[in-house]
Design a protein around this ligand. Structure first.
Ligand SMILES: [Zn+2]
Length: 319
């Protein structure tokens, strides 16, 4: 029972981890002077669910962007609507947390992620069975745990041992002010990226990406990426969950610091499928990015990070 409660809680946390929105009612049209990337996309941050969540059908208002989103109605609708978005945007691969059911539908598209709500033994078994390709989303912030908490050590070791990427969530978590009504254990200070330093240093070959790019700790994130050239980031949630200007400022800060070849697109689509449209639009509308930089963010950086073969890349670009 306790386990069930914890699992349920973990699912809710992970889902909302990422924040809430929906129905892309309207988003700003790309400036005509800004070129739109239309090639293949790898989305490094998507969520699927294995049971009904309270977020299905949920209307979610974001006070920062002043937009309202309505969640997919059901598990089935969520899967169908998300796959439609994949097709619409030429998303050829997607890291889907809890994605084993979706993987059965399209094994070349869906990269299965599993988080630390699984035991180490469960994860090893899943990996053995081809049901674990990325350890993620690992989001202990919802349990009030720092990355350095000893209970997480086996998970970093596992990613290192299996030589699979680990997607680590630092911040933000849940909606603005979420600690007051939804996630009482979360604290903003827990999201500081430099906490990962010793974890990285003791596992130099571990492939870690910081989800949400460590927003809003830009200076910390630049320091981490400078000191640890193996660290990548994804743009999940910040590409639609914060005001566009703030997203662009943050992204530009990382690009200007020289890290444009380690930034990967991620939507962090939970049950609000139109956030995929918005996230892609947010990158495309960044006037400071060249087309090459957009291609790197949307595809090339993730292809390198995931270790795709030349044949896989060729196939993706021909789709
Ligand atoms: Zn997420």
């Amino acid at each position: 029972m306790k386990t069930l409660v914890l699992i349920t809680l973990a699912i809710i946390l992970l889902t909302t981890s990422c924040v809430g929105r929906t129905e892309a009612k309207s988003f700003s049209t790309t400036d005509k002077t800004v070129a739109t990337y239309t090639g293949p996309i790898i989305d490094m941050h998507v969520h699927a669910y294995s049971r009904q969540t309270p977020m299905f059908g949920l209307e979610n208002y974001n006070p920062l962007t002043r937009q309202t989103y309505i969640g997919s109605e059901s598990l089935q609708k969520h899967q169908e609507e998300t796959f439609k978005k994949f097709k619409k945007h030429n998303i050829v691969r997607a890291m889907v947390a809890n994605g084993s059911a979706w993987h059965k539908l399209d094994s070349s598209l869906v990269i299965i992620g599993e988080g630390h709500y699984n035991s180490i033994d469960e994860l090893k078994q899943k990996h053995k069975n081809g049901k674990l390709q990325v350890l993620g989303e690992v989001a202990p912030n919802y349990q009030g745990l720092l990355p350095t908490d000893k209970s997480l050590t086996p998970y970093f070791d596992l990613a290192n041992e299996l030589e699979i990427p680990i997607g680590f969530h630092l911040y933000p978590g849940g909606p603005p002010g979420g600690a007051y009504f939804a996630y009482p254990k979360t604290r903003a200070f827990q999201g500081k990226p430099l906490q990962l330093e010793e974890i990285l240093f003791s596992r130099p070959k571990m492939k870690l990406y910081v989800m949400h790019a460590g927003w809003p700790f830009l200076e910390d994130m630049k320091a981490l990426m400078y000191a640890h050239p193996q660290v990548y980031v994804d743009l999940g949630v910040i590409c639609w969950g914060i005001p566009r200007v703030e997203f662009h400022n943050f992204l530009e800060g990382l690009v200007d610091a020289g890290f444009g070849d380690r930034i990967m697109f991620g939507s962090d689509q939970m049950v609000w499928v139109n956030t995929i449209d918005e996230g892609i639009e947010a990158v495309n509308s960044a006037a400071f990015l060249s087309m090459q930089q957009k291609e790197d963010i949307f595809y090339n950086n993730a292809a390198r990070f995931l270790g795709l073969t030349k044949a896989q890349i060729k196939r993706d670009k021909e789709l």
